[in-house]
Design a binder for this molecule. Sequence first.
Ligand code: DGL
Length: 266
Amino acid sequence: MSQQSQPNILIFDSGVGGLSVYQEIQAKLPQLNYTYLFDNAAYPYGELAQDALLQRVEHLIIPWVEQQLFDIVVIACNTASTLVLPSLREKLSIPVVGVVPAIKPASSLANKAIGLIATPATVTRQYTRDLIRNFSSNKSVELLGSTRLVDMAEEKLRGRALNLDELATILSPLKDQIDVAVLGCTHFPLIKEEIQNVLGEAVTLVDSGQAIARRVQSLLGIETGEKSGQAHTIFSSAPPWEEGALNEKLRELGFTPIRPFPLQDV
Ligand code: DGL
């Protein structure tokens, strides 16, 4: 099948976090044409007011999806997905896949307690409270919201080493308290090894990436195909910091250099 006839997927996040989801989808469906958009002009989403975030995501995604020939969109951001999915699904005619904290699978794995590591916004969302009430009522869930962890993943993707002492301080409320940790922010699988290192091997880390890849495959109704010169394009809503270092990492992931988001007024 030619590049033109392969499905076009849009993956969206505030920053580089959605690349963890991209990697899972790409491993399963290398034949797709990938477009990645990150709204770094409004980063971090975990500190935005709900109304502002909802308007922002709608404002970026809806006109663009209407203008381009995307077949499916993945909101590769827990902070946005726990808020915007109903309204986006109502307004778009293509499938919208969201990423939300993997509380349900974590609950069946845990014997002791679960730690939900996410953004400050995600841990306070009604959506998250409902997930915990519906799927983990018999296990205690410790909530840890941190923007600094999100920043650390952004730094790692620019080639900076993580400070493990700082990471240990951030994660200290969970240390020895839990046996399963949910990585409830798409940035965190990018620093998974370091988180594992700090929490210890006895803690199982769970994220939503593979489930999202399966969901995309089932919605598109296609088998795993061949990679043959597919488009991998990445856009940002503002010039990213340390763009050169970031582009180098993005090249390893298969992307061409970052371009400015084509719709004005964002
Ligand atoms: N990657 C995003 C998430 O999954 C959030 C990062 C941010 O705070 O901007 O929640």
